[in-house]
Ligand binder design. Sequence first.
Ligand code: SF4
Length: 354
Amino acid sequence: MEDLEMMVEPLLKWFQKNKRILPWRDDPTPYHVWISEIMLQQTRVEAVKDYYARFMKALPDIRDLAQVSDDDLMKLWQGLGYYNRARNLKKAAQRIVEEYDGKLPNRYEALLTLPGIGSYTAGAIASIAYQIKVPAVDGNVLRVMMRVLGSEKNISRPSTKVWLEERLSAILPDRVGDFNQALMELGALVCVPNGEPKCQECPLRFTCQAYQTGMTTVLPIKDEKKTRKIEDKTVLLFYFNHNIALWRRKNSGLLAGLFEFPNVSGHLTTKEVIQYLKQEGIEAIRIEPLPSAKHIFSHVEWNMIGYKIVLDDFVKERPYIWSSLEELHQKYAIPTAFGTYLELVIEELSHRTM
Ligand code: SF4
């Protein structure tokens, strides 16, 4: 018997008692598991709850997802970041409708062929929704298991994940969905990533190598984080009457295809803004500086300054799109990176429309 098998029962018992009540756990259909797992990548559980509820209300079925417009989908995803996740959801839904009669396939290998579904998500859907005995190894599971096994393998390497998937495959119990979720839950609640794990509350303490050898803060081993590129930007909030100007980002790269407030590279002084407006043929009645803001992406950091610019007419040429307060709420997805300026705009437009 693999030593690792000793962890199964205590872990399942712990999960039964300690699992969080989460909306997608109430009714773990394949669609529910899929959407929640994709949303949970790089996003906290608490933040996902509202998004999940809104998404399911708007798109209760795979066929609804396959047919949703790109802009409506981006609006539902606004603030979750990593927008390609949403685009892949729609692409996958379209394939599921065409090739699988609108039902997520109940085979691990078939799930793996769908856009945006890697071994972790395929494992989660297969094990939680279909009780198929496959592992689901995400960052939480990697951390927990490297500690339990006392392994110094580097978790940034894909080969480590494959190695762990094989080890876990050998001990998966019948309640495989619960087992996989229990490992993730333990990683989220007890065997936490930053600082000391809460070993005194852990059901795996008795078999955990890292705990027994004092290596809990050393393991897991991973690559150093790369330093981020810093980009300075000037955000220009153009107002005319009850409207704010937006434009659409280009269709590739960071935040591809989303709407944003007009902005230019570098930190412009008021004088430089006036020059820029002249070049663009835009006439301003008033220009006021706004607070600065910062947004950190995984590889880039935006340092932003901003100006409120009141115009005496619409700028009709593209790329500007004029949005009312209502449209800003209902129609256009503005990335969280512009959150500080979005709040200012909402406040300004609310006063203007009063
Ligand atoms: S004993 Fe500590 S380090 Fe080991 S799995 Fe539990 S929480 Fe993690």
